[in-house]
Design a protein around this ligand. Structure first.
Ligand SMILES: [Zn+2]
Length: 123
């Protein structure tokens, strides 16, 4: 990489890989992440396939509306990261020493309107 141009190219390539949810009403747009209590793995939900943690005990999948998600596993939780918080986090790649970049991860427990916790495993 060479300076700002190289950094921008790197950032653009990373952004293209993120499973950012499409904008709906401008409120609550977020990337959903699966946190497994067994292996402590955190994985972004894949937009097309079921996401399974590294130990295989938990899984999650977006529904067709890409707004709701189904989650399987006895010890896991769905997390939400606002789309708008993703970009400042990526900017940390070029942060100056001492500069801090942080974002809020919000747990989406079973009562959450967009998280559907299911018994058993995915179909
Ligand atoms: Zn696991």
């Amino acid at each position: 990489m060479n300076g700002t141009r190289g950094s921008r190219r790197f950032l653009a390539s990373r952004l293209a890989m993120l499973p950012v949810c499409p904008k709906r009403d401008g409120r609550g747009d977020e990337v959903k992440l699966l946190l497994c209590g067994y292996c402590k793995d955190i994985r972004a939900l894949d937009s097309a396939e079921t996401t399974i943690c590294s130990c295989g005990k938990t899984a999650a999948r977006y529904r067709d509306d890409r707004w709701h998600a189904d989650i399987w596993g006895d010890d896991c939780v769905l997390l939400g990261l606002k789309n708008d918080d993703v970009y400042p986090l990526l900017a940390a790649r070029n942060a100056a020493e001492g500069e801090r970049h942080a974002a809020e991860l919000v747990a989406q427990p079973p009562w959450h309107p967009r998280a559907r916790y299911r018994p058993g495993g995915p179909d």
